[in-house]
Design a protein around this ligand. Structure first.
Ligand SMILES: [Zn+2]
Length: 298
């Protein structure tokens, strides 16, 4: 790890919360994806990223952060999807921290709030009140004990207005949902932007930062945080998806083929939600795309 005694990071991965809304096509119960939170810290202060979305997750993460014995100044949110930030208010209150995001992410947070009753609260119990309290920082840049933390806007990856947090002094990128690590990517929203081209461009923007370490927002915590490997694997997953979209005629076929190629990847429910959207839009042209996207999760 590229760290000194006085500046480093650590990662806490919250297991997905329980859900009770039926089975996947292969008969497995549905379940979410693990959510990774990164604590970047110096000798006294700390910054936390993507604190998860249920009260239980906030409890577990809060205990872990408290045990580090640092003063939490900021909580940074990588993008608007609720699983990365609905618990931010609880953590901000516990530690007296500010919540920070890009203007684009803040706009997307409001989109997630609007979707709570239609989607999030239907699938996951235990999401706390989630007012949008995030603020922007000048030049998308803030500091931790003199070290730069740079918010890099990379455009559309798994949703609109994704960002990553670049920590040059650690050669670290906290990549949110731009780079994944041992978990299925959420492909659904690619239907809004005509495919995976924008996501590939976003990956290129991360690669251009020349990180050594990448913390993926959704990951198998048994795996390391090697930047080269996680970038290559995320690209490969998208290439595979493009290939399977040509050869598989149904969402179930796509789902099964992906599992065959990625038997150890976590979060098959995320794979299914994406496949449902990709084929739902193909099979029902002219229907409301937002409704198709939501239906993939229910
Ligand atoms: Zn996510």
């Amino acid at each position: 790890m590229n760290s000194t005694e006085n500046f480093t990071y650590d990662v806490f991965v919250n297991d997905p919360p329980p859900q009770d809304n039926g089975l996947l096509p292969n008969g497995e119960p549905k379940g979410g994806s693990p959510v990774a939170s990164t604590l970047i810290y110096g000798s006294q202060d700390a910054v936390l990223t993507d604190p998860g979305f249920t009260a239980d997750q906030a409890d577990a993460l809060g205990d872990w952060v408290a045990a580090k014995g640092r003063n939490l100044t900021d909580i940074f949110i990588t993008h608007g999807h609720g699983d990365h930030w609905f618990a931010a208010g609880l953590l901000a209150e516990q530690f007296g921290a500010r919540v920070v995001a890009s203007a684009g992410s803040i706009a997307q947070m409001h989109v997630s709030i609007a979707a709570r009753p239609l989607l999030w609260d239907k699938v996951y119990p235990g999401i706390p009140p989630s007012p949008v309290t995030a603020v922007t920082v000048p030049g998308n840049r803030f500091t931790l004990e003199g070290h730069d933390l740079v918010i890099v806007e990379v455009g559309h990856a798994d949703t609109d207005d994704n960002t990553v947090l670049h920590v040059p002094d650690l050669r670290l990128v906290v990549a949110g949902d731009v780079i994944y690590n041992g978990a299925h990517l959420y492909l659904g929203e690619s239907v809004l932007v005509g495919g995976f081209g924008p996501w590939r461009e976003a990956i290129g923007k991360v690669e251009a930062l020349k990180p050594r370490h990448i913390v993926a927002g959704h990951q198998n915590k048994q795996l390391d945080d090697d930047a080269g490997r996680t970038i290559a694997e995320t690209r490969h997953y998208l290439d595979d998806a493009d290939e399977l979209l040509k050869t598989e005629s149904s969402a179930v076929g796509f789902f099964n083929a992906k599992i065959e190629r990625y038997p150890d990847h976590l979060a098959r429910t995320v794979l299914w939600a994406g496949a449902s959207a990709l084929y739902g839009v193909r099979e029902h042209p002219g229907e409301d795309v937002a409704q198709i996207l939501v239906a993939g999760w229910l």
